[in-house]
Design a protein around this ligand. Structure first.
Ligand SMILES: [Zn+2]
Length: 204
């Protein structure tokens, strides 16, 4: 699935986990983790949807975090593993249990098919409605030091897709893509506002 589907499902599953575990989440981190496995698209010689998409590895890597933060860590683990377990399972074949087995799992519906695009749109609309309802949208647009974390998904999976790197965003998903890109950039710049103004004043 494209970034939109991952971001939406990451947000929704993490919020559900937070609700069930009565914990709070840091949204920039939740959103970034939801697309993190696709970093393998940018690394040469690493198979896409291979080891970096393994939910077994994600759980192993998360064990110290769970020991340290207990249930507070669970929404973040959820956001990370849903990437391979839900969206990439639907539109691809993923090595979910590497290194235990290199077998790939998934139903591999064409990522550009109307079914998949509709799914991404519905997930995006539910996420956006939920962000408005819970005022998470306002939180994202308030200055907070963690907003800068959004620079990672912005520079790796949102901005470069307009020049077809690492994937080309389909025309049918450009609107939600631009909305998320604008939201992320606004969130980053809101926090950097003071610094930017200082620099500009010095230049003047
Ligand atoms: Zn992926």
């Amino acid at each position: 699935m494209y970034a939109i589907g991952h971001l939406a499902l990451g947000y929704l599953t993490a919020k559900l986990t937070a609700h069930l575990t009565k914990t709070k989440v840091n949204m920039p981190l939740i959103l970034s983790l939801s697309v993190a496995p696709d970093i393998d698209l940018l690394v040469p010689f690493i198979v896409h949807r291979g080891p970096i998409h393994s939910i077994f590895m994600a759980i192993i890597i998360f064990i110290p975090t769970i020991i340290a933060f207990r249930k507070e860590a669970l929404p973040y683990l959820t956001s990370l593993i849903q990437h391979s377990l839900i969206a990439d399972f639907i539109t691809g074949n993923t090595q979910l249990f590497w290194p235990l087995t290199s077998q790939s799992y998934g139903i591999a519906i064409d990522i550009e098919s109307p079914t998949s695009i509709t799914f991404e749109w519905i997930a995006f609309l539910i996420m956006f409605t939920e962000m408005v309802r819970t005022k998470d949208l306002q939180v994202l647009l308030k200055p907070h030091h963690s907003n800068i974390i959004l620079a990672v998904p912005t520079s790796t999976v949102l901005l470069p897709t307009f020049i077809a790197f690492p994937l080309k965003v389909p025309v049918s998903l450009i609107i939600p893509h631009i909305i998320m890109l604008t939201l992320f950039l606004a969130s980053i710049l809101t926090d950097m506002r003071k610094t930017v103004l200082k620099v500009l004043n010095k230049v003047n």
